[in-house]
Structures are given as structure tokens and as C-alpha cells.
Design a protein around this ligand. Structure first.
Ligand code: WT7
Length: 665
């Protein structure tokens, strides 16, 4: 099978029989789940098995049906039930006598810390919920949240949940254009943002991005602005803009009755890159999503309320929604939230935080692990990491070498590692070993979770043999799955269901967009994306979206963007550009391209390389051969080039890459 992935090629895949590791006895003895009959039970009792997930929540009205599938693939879970997500993450823990238990331990960029007990968080969330109501927010109004990793971010999410207003969090590092596109698509009239934030010690202006975004929107927007920078960045507020503290100050001590939501009511929207430039608004619901993230936090991350749990992701992505905010708080545990980067002020920053907070469970991305590895073991060695009992990995495949390093130098050789495969659309983890049960095979994520069925298929949808690669699909619905796209059910069907399903036979197959293979034990190894989506440092980007940002620059005649594998598991962006005849000098165009990408998508999409070439390789019918560029970028043997109209260009491009890499330009 040919898979068009920039990311993770077979080179990064583990050998066929990687070293297995069994979970250590010390872990198994205390684990939440240790009996492997759970797989069989879930199979036999499906879909009723998911009652166990629902039972982790407090329902206002019990649900009547576990799964309704008459309108498949628009599945409905726990129908008839009502509940409130903020009640489940806050009030019920107070009622259980845990009001002074730490809910969030916030670690600021400059070493400042704040602890919010469940009661503190309850008070903050209620005040903001009252304030949002005061601004006119009603149930089902989409509230956009554009905040960095400061406590107001989860507070805002829970305040929205409390009043039944879906939130749409936009990662703070995305551009003004990206914010505008998302607010426009969701017709969102409320925004919670901040003046700016610190990035590597410098004050960075967020508010000016917001001002630019709002200029291009048709709707009127009411904005609350958190003052993060104080005098470091004075700002002026317009008439429809409110200072967050002043606003909330008017509602001091007020409480808001949590609104009972239908299990299938939308809890939030999360935009993610698709194959076209238009981001997809993935819709998650209140009952199924919350039940699923609570259940996976308990079973996959082995979390107990007494734990201190740290998912070192950004809440601006699904990972943070599910495993910094909703999962851990639903279970009543302590969740760590870190504002900064791993290497500021020094490269031991994360380990200092683990040590000081006695973190039990730590979850990060392979790209971070590879950076730790490069920096060296002396940084973790400076600290006592013995509180850790479980490690997690997410976002891309973790290559065996990084796995072993993580296991040895962070986990002290004693922590199991859960390599969790999932997506914005799956809501929570769907493939991973259970840490108290399964052997780990570095490089392979593991078997599907109990109740989940994966199938790797060929282009015709037929299951391939173990060891062969194909398209990763999920053949059974699960409570945390996306219900639809905010842009419409048709796009939902097109993007995920049409390709491999057989509606006449009532067979619905979810297409993940990833390539994978399965071994004899049913362990899934991920091989990267099959579409035009690439995964850069754990963030999903669309090559088409970057391409249009490049092509929009004056002087650029044509552009193609592909992913280049940057060592095991990592991907970087390569842009190929041909310029117009009397264009500006290359250096100027290069700068303009970088600026435009930063402006229209965000810094994270900036290319590692911009390669200038007189022409792009094209087929006789004039299509740019991106697959060839991908092979060239990855120093791979070139596939079939007989369809090329201009084969001579390949050599020139290879030379241009060499120049670009040696800085000889
Ligand atoms: C894509 C989803 C879900 C949180 C992170 C990003 C890749 C995710 C793994 C893993 C190999 C992984 C896939 C997937 N991915 N986890 N453990 N091993 N690849 O969420 O932005 O929706 O991206 O991330 O390619 O499709 P996302």
C-alpha cells in the first residue's frame, strides 16, 4: 500500500519483535484494572458494557438507552439521561467532603504557582458563569475561548459547561485568521481572551491578534479580556470589551444552578485540520464524552482521586480538554497545569515540577521525549522522580529508542508506559495497553481498548493479514466518538464514514485517516497519516492549508507542501516554491512566506525548509506530483516517475535541497 504520509514512515516502525516489557508487579498490585477478562466481558456485554463508564458520573436523570443506532452513523449514547459536566467536575466533589482537595496545581512560566482547591475552582467557575449570563450568553451560544495555559482557561470551559453554552477553544498560538475562521464557522458572538502572555520571557501581544480577527467578522462580538501582563502590556478596551476581573468582580460570591443537559447536547466544539483548508468543527456531547474520558482516565491512566496527575499538553488541543480538564476533574483528582516550555528557564524544568508536586502519572508527546533524550539524562537525574508510577505518550508513534529512554530515565525502569492512540474525533484514548494488564511492545500502541474494535483494511475495505499495512478503521461505535461536524452531517459522512461503510448492510466503518498494521497479538503499530494531513510536534496540520498560505504570497507562482520525516516519529514541513519571472529576490519571498504562514495559521506551521525550484514536478495532465516531492524530501527511492512531464526537474530539486540544507544559498 502506498501511504502518503509526511510523518512516520516505515523507517520509524519498530522491528517485528520488539522487546516486550511486562508491567512491574509493584504497579499491578495497586492498579485500577488488573483482570484481563475485561476484554471478554466488554465484548459479550457490548454495548451495555459502557454502563460502567456512565456509572462514573452523577446523572440528574438516569438514561434509558445505552446506544441508539437507528440513525447510524449518527449514534446517540445514554439517551434520556441528563447531567451537567461542571456539576460532575466540581459540585459533587464538594458534596463528597473533598472541598479542600487540590483540583488544579498551576505552574506559571516564571516559577509562580497557584493551587485551586475544588472549592476555589467551584467559586471561580460560578462567578464566571454568572458573569457570562450577565453578558447575555444563553444555552447553545458558542463561546470561543482564546487563552494560553492560565487558570482562566479551564475556569472558562467549566463556566460554559455550567450554563449549557458549548465552548470552542482555539489554541492561543494560532493566528488571527485562524481565530476568525473558527468564530465565523461557529457564528460565535462571545470571546474570552487575554491581553497577551509571556513567551520565553518576552511579553507577547494576543489582543492585537484578536483585534485583527474581529475586524473580519460579520457578527458583533462581546469579549472578556484577562489581564495577564499588567503594566508589561497596557491595552485599551472598546465598548464591547470587558476586563475579566472587573466583570467577574461584579458577581463575587454568586452561584449559578448547573443547567441539566441532555446526554446528547453539545458540550464543546473543537476545530481540527482536515484535508481541505477549511477546519472541521468536531462536535462532542455531554454524556458520552464525559463518561468516556472519565472511564479512560481511570483505566488507561490508572488515576485515583488521591493522585497528582500531569498531562503536559496544551488545553487548546483535544489532549488537554480530555486529560487535563474533563477526565481528571470528573474523577476528582489533582491535575497539574503548566504554562511554560520544557526548557525555560532550564532543561530540567519539567522534572523540577514533577519532583516538587510529587506527580504520580505523567503524559507527554514523543517529540518532547526526543528532546529530553537529546538534552541528556543529567537533567532528570537532578531531581527525585520516584513519585512517578505511570507514563503516557500521545500524538505520534514513539520509536523504540525514545520509548526505552523514557522508560529508563524518567520512569526509573519501573513505570509502565501507555502509548495511547486516539484523535480529536475519538474524544478519548481508543488504542493502548491497559497498564496493569498488557505487556508493552515499544513502538506499537497496543490492542484496542475493551469495547473498541479496530480493523486494518486495504483500499477496498477488506481486512489485511497481520503484519501488512493498511487503513486503520474502527468498526464499533463508542461513547466518546464525535457525533457530527458543526459544518454539517454531510461533511461528517464524507470525511469519516463513506469510504469503508456498507450502509445497505447496516455496516458502519469509521475511517481514522491513519495507516497501521496489526501483529499476531492484535497490537496496532501506527504508520502515519494517509491523507494530506501531517503531524508536526503532535499538532495536526493540513498541507493544503499551508500550501495556500505559501501560494498567496506575491511573486509565488506555484507551491507544494509536504511532510518530511525528521528522524523517528517526527515530521517537519517542507515547502517547494517556483516564483514568477520578475519576482522579488528569493530572500524577500522567503521572509514573506514565513510571515504569511505565521499570520494565517500560526508559528507551528512554519516550514523547516523552503526550497526554490524553477518548476514543480508535474504529471502530463498538469497535476503537481506531491508524492514525488515527498520521496525527494525524505531521501527515498523515487517511485514511478513515468507520468512526469518534466523529469529533468527532479535532479534540480535534489540539488536545491542540498543547497538549502547546507545553507549554501
Ligand atoms: C492524530 C490525531 C489525540 C491526541 C493528539 C492529537 C496521531 C495520536 C498517536 C499514537 C501514533 C498517534 C495520529 C492521529 N496520533 N496518537 N499514540 N501513535 N500516532 O490529536 O490532532 O486529533 O491528531 O495524531 O495520526 O490520527 P489530533
Amino acid at each position: 500500500m502506498v501511504h502518503r504520509s509526511g510523518g512516520t514512515r516505515d523507517a520509524s516502525a519498530p522491528p517485528d519483535a520488539p522487546d516486550r516489557h511486562s508491567p512491574p508487579r509493584s504497579f499491578v498490585e495497586q492498579a485500577n484494572v488488573t483482570d484481563d477478562s475485561i476484554y471478554e466481558t466488554f465484548d459479550e456485554e457490548w454495548p451495555d458494557c459502557w454502563r460502567r463508564a456512565a456509572s462514573l458520573l452523577s446523572w440528574d436523570r438516569p438514561y434509558e438507552t445505552v446506544l441508539e443506532d437507528d440513525d447510524a452513523p449518527f449514534y446517540r449514547w445514554f439517551t434520556g439521561g441528563t447531567l451537567n459536566a461542571s456539576y460532575n467536575c466540581l459540585d459533587r466533589h464538594l458534596e463528597a467532603g473533598r472541598k479542600n482537595h487540590a483540583a488544579i496545581r498551576w505552574e506559571g512560566k516564571h516559577g509562580e504557582t497557584k493551587t485551586y482547591t475544588y472549592r476555589d475552582l467551584y467559586v471561580r467557575v460560578n462567578e464566571l458563569a454568572a458573569a457570562l449570563r450577565g453578558l447575555g450568553v444563553e444555552g447553545d451560544d458558542v463561546v470561543t475561548i482564546y487563552l494560553p495555559m492560565i487558570p482562566e482557561l479551564p475556569i472558562a470551559m467549566l463556566a460554559c459547561a455550567r450554563i449549557g453554552a458549548p465552548h470552542s477553544v482555539v489554541f492561543a498560538g494560532l493566528s488571527a485568521d485562524a481565530l476568525a475562521t473558527r468564530m465565523d464557522a461557529a457564528e460565535s458572538e462571545y470571546l474570552i481572551t487575554c491581553d497577551g502572555y509571556y513567551r520565553r520571557g518576552n511579553a507577547f501581544n494576543q489582543k492585537s491578534k484578536v483585534d485583527n480577527a474581529l475586524l473580519s467578522l460579520e457578527q458583533d462580538v462581546t469579549t472578556a479580556v484577562v489581564d495577564r501582563l499588567g503594566d508589561d502590556l497596557p491595552h485599551v478596551l472598546a465598548e464591547t470589551e470587558f476586563d475579566y476581573d472587573e466583570l467577574v468582580g461584579e458577581y463575587r460570591g454568586e452561584t449559578v444552578e448547573p443547567v441539566s443537559r441532555d446526554a446528547e447536547d453539545m458540550l464543546f466544539l473543537m476545530y481540527t485540520s482536515g484535508t481541505t483548508g477549511r477546519p472541521k468543527g468536531v462536535v462532542h456531547t455531554t454524556g458520552g464524552y464525559l463518561a468516556y474520558v472519565a472511564w479512560t482516565t481511570r483505566t488507561v491512566f490508572d488515576v485515583e482521586p488521591a493522585d497528582t496527575y500531569w498531562c503536559a499538553a496544551d488545553i487548546g488541543w483535544i489532549t488537554g480538554h480530555s486529560y487535563i480538564v474533563y477526565g481528571p476533574l470528573a474523577l476528582g483528582t489533582t491535575t497539574v497545569m503548566y504554562e511554560g516550555t520544557p526548557d525555560y528557564p532550564d532543561r530540567d524544568r519539567l522534572w523540577e515540577i514533577v519532583d516538587r508536586n510529587a506527580v504520580d502519572v505523567f503524559y507527554t508527546a514523543p517529540t518532547a521525549v526526543r528532546a529530553f533524550m537529546k538534552w541528556g539524562k543529567e537533567y532528570p537525574e537532578k531531581h527525585d522522580l520516584s513519585s512517578l508510577r505511570l507514563l503516557g505518550s500521545v500524538g505520534e508513534p514513539i520509536n523504540p529508542k525514545a520509548w526505552e529512554w523514557y522508560h529508563e530515565h524518567i520512569g526509573g525502569g519501573e513505570c509502565p508506559i501507555v502509548d495511547t492512540w486516539w484523535q480529536t474525533e475519538t474524544g478519548g484514548v481508543t488504542v493502548s495497553t491497559l497498564p496493569g494488564i498488557g505487556d508493552m511492545k515499544p513502538g506499537a500502541a497496543g490492542p484496542p481498548l475493551p469495547g473498541i474494535v479496530t480493523r486494518v483494511v486495504d483500499a477496498d475495505g477488506n481486512e489485511v493479514d497481520p503484519g501488512e499495512s493498511g487503513y486503520l478503521t474502527l468498526t464499533r461505535p463508542w461513547p466518546g466518538m464525535a457525533r457530527t461536524l458543526y459544518d454539517g452531517g454531510d461533511r461528517f459522512l464524507d470525511e469519516y464514514w463513506r469510504r469503508f461503510s456498507d450502509p445497505d448492510a447496516g455496516e458502519w466503518v469509521y475511517e481514522s485517516g491513519d495507516a497501521a498494521r496489526v501483529d499476531e497479538d492484535g497490537y496496532v503499530t501506527l504508520l502515519g497519516r494517509v491523507d494530506d494531513v501531517i503531524n508536526v510536534s503532535g499538532h495536526r496540520l493540513s498541507t493544503m492549508e499551508i500550501e495556500s498560505a505559501v501560494a498567496a504570497v506575491t511573486g509565488v507562482a506555484e507551491a507544494a507542501v509536504v511532510g518530511r520525516s525528521s528522524g523517528p516519529g517526527g515530521t517537519e514541513v517542507y515547502a517547494y516554491v517556483s516564483t514568477e519571472r520578475d519576482a522579488d529576490p528569493e530572500a524577500e519571498i522567503r521572509a514573506a512566506i514565513e510571515a504569511n504562514i505565521e499570520e494565517s495559521i500560526g508559528r507551528l506551521a512554519r516550514p523547516e525548509s523552503i526550497v526554490f525550484t524553477p518548476e514543480l514536478p508535474k504529471t502530463r495532465s498538469g497535476k503537481i506530483m506531491r508524492r514525488l516531492l515527498e520521496d525527494v524530501s525524505n531521501d527515498e527511492e523515487l517511485g514511478d516517475t513515468s507520468a512526469l512531464r518534466n523529469p529533468e526537474i527532479v535532479g534540480e530539486i535534489q540539488e536545491a535541497i542540498r543547497d538549502e540544507e547546507t545553507g549554501d544559498r
